[in-house]
Design a protein around this ligand. Structure first.
Ligand SMILES: Nc1ncnc2c1ncn2[C@@H]1O[C@H](COP(=O)(O)OP(=O)(O)OP(=O)(O)O)[C@@H](O)[C@H]1O
Length: 394
């Protein structure tokens, strides 16, 4: 490993390598992640962190592949930042182990670990120019002034702000400051890039643009990256795999489609995306009774005893319009309210046959108009058996 380098604002070791060129790649839809999960780069084993009697991290075990883009996702206070800071050595674990690139780093101070970090607040040095901020971690290394200058220019070029090199942070927009912070974190060519809500202070347009650029840049550099976010859409859009956290624990670790389509717990089902929940009783033979209606299920239910209280979950977009009479899992709804959401209309309704359960159904504007749906109308829908997820209640 390269000689450790101390820096107040994080980021540490590694030799600069000079990544050249702009990064305006357009990401293909649903591209296959170029990662090597079989070759773990970072492993956490039974990591726990207590502050006095409060447990902020509870038995977290994760294996992250080289070049993966990982998001830590969860509600405020679930332990995302504590986990990120523990990986950086800015917090020490109460118990457990962290191995990075084959080296046990559990007890190493931040300056002896190999990472670059970007904080939510950017934490740029206000009295240094953009170029000096980016070059800060490089001075003191065995690099000539000229080599540093060239490398800094390359980094600024990489993040698209080479023309801002002489400015001070206060003279930049939030998005530009974020780019400087990213260039600074990458300048030391870290093995691991840590991002603590780097986009959350930006307005929506800039955030969306930087999302794509950041992901393309990460892919190009193939640097193993962990980003903390509480924004599920951001995590779904950017991550190779997502760690969903709740109260210091990992609820699920999987790809975006896995998390979205097959949430492992009721918490994940509720936290990620829109979900309807209907209380029911497991009825054996792949079915459940919800109110007076018997609903067929295909969900795995193990050896659940008949009569077990369960909660069925289905997304508003997965509920289908019932055609004709009868049909499997047909339910009549009393429409209460229509909500125009641009790309679709969300119908809020009461499912009388399901004990009055509140259901939301997403329909196209055309479908709503064709049925002249309005508050007070009746709508027949079908709950596809393969879309009904099942969670034991309590
Ligand atoms: N130094 C500390 N002393 C005591 N409690 C702490 C300390 N740091 C964090 N905590 C507590 O640990 C829990 C997890 O905090 P953490 O900052 O990791 O949450 P988070 O998921 O990142 O939340 P947010 O999205 O709001 O930043 C919180 O309840 C927080 O109050």
């Amino acid at each position: 490993m390269a000689a450790p380098l101390r820096r107040e604002n994080g980021g540490v070791t590694g030799q600069p390598s000079g990544h050249r060129g702009a990064f305006r790649d357009v990401l293909p839809f649903f591209e296959v992640p170029v990662t090597d999960i079989a070759q773990p780069y970072l492993q956490l084993s039974e990591a726990s962190k207590a502050y006095g009697a409060f447990t902020a991290l509870n038995d977290v075990s994760l294996s992250i592949g080289k070049s993966e883009f990982i998001c830590f996702l969860g509600p405020s206070g679930c332990g995302k930042t504590t986990l990120l800071r523990s990986i950086a050595g800015l917090e020490l674990l109460s118990s457990g182990r962290i191995v990075q690139n084959g080296q046990d780093v559990t007890l190493l101070p931040p300056q002896a670990r190999d990472f670059g970090i970007v904080f939510q607040s950017y934490a740029l040095f206000p009295n240094l120019t953009v170029a000096a901020n980016v070059g800060y971690g490089l001075y003191g290394r065995k690099m000539s002034r000229e080599a540093v200058r060239t490398h800094v220019h390359d980094m600024l070029d990489l993040v698209g702000i080479a023309n801002q090199a002489g400015k001070y942070p206060a003279q930049l927009s939030g998005g530009q400051q974020q780019r400087v912070a990213l260039a600074r974190a990458l300048a030391i060519s870290p093995g691991l890039l840590l991002l603590d809500e780097p986009l959350s202070a930006l307005d929506t347009r800039v955030r969306f643009r930087l999302r794509g650029e950041l992901r393309a840049l990460q892919k190009r550099l193939a640097v193993t990256t962990i980003m903390v976010t509480h924004d599920q859409e951001e995590a779904l859009a950017m991550a190779d795999r997502i760690v969903v956290m709740n109260q210091g624990r990992v609820e699920q670790f999987g790809t975006a489609p896995e998390i979205y389509n097959t949430p492992a717990t009721e918490f994940v089902a509720d936290f990620v995306g829109e979900m309807n929940f209907v209380d029911a009783q497991f009825d054996g033979d792949g079915a459940a009774m919800a109110g007076a209606t018997r609903l067929n299920l295909t969900a795995e239910h193990g050896a659940l005893p008949r009569g077990t209280a369960v909660r069925l979950a289905i997304r508003p977009s997965e509920i289908a319009l019932a055609e004709g009479e009868g049909g499997v899992n047909r339910v009549d709804l009393a429409v209460e309210r229509l909500e125009f959401l641009g790309a679709f209309i969300r119908v809020h309704a009461a499912a009388l046959g399901l004990g009055g359960a509140a259901l939301r159904v997403d329909l196209s504007e055309t479908a709503v108009r064709a049925r002249a749906l309005a508050p007070g109308a009746t709508l027949s829908v079908a709950l596809p058996a393969e879309k009904l997820r099942l969670f034991p209640r309590g």
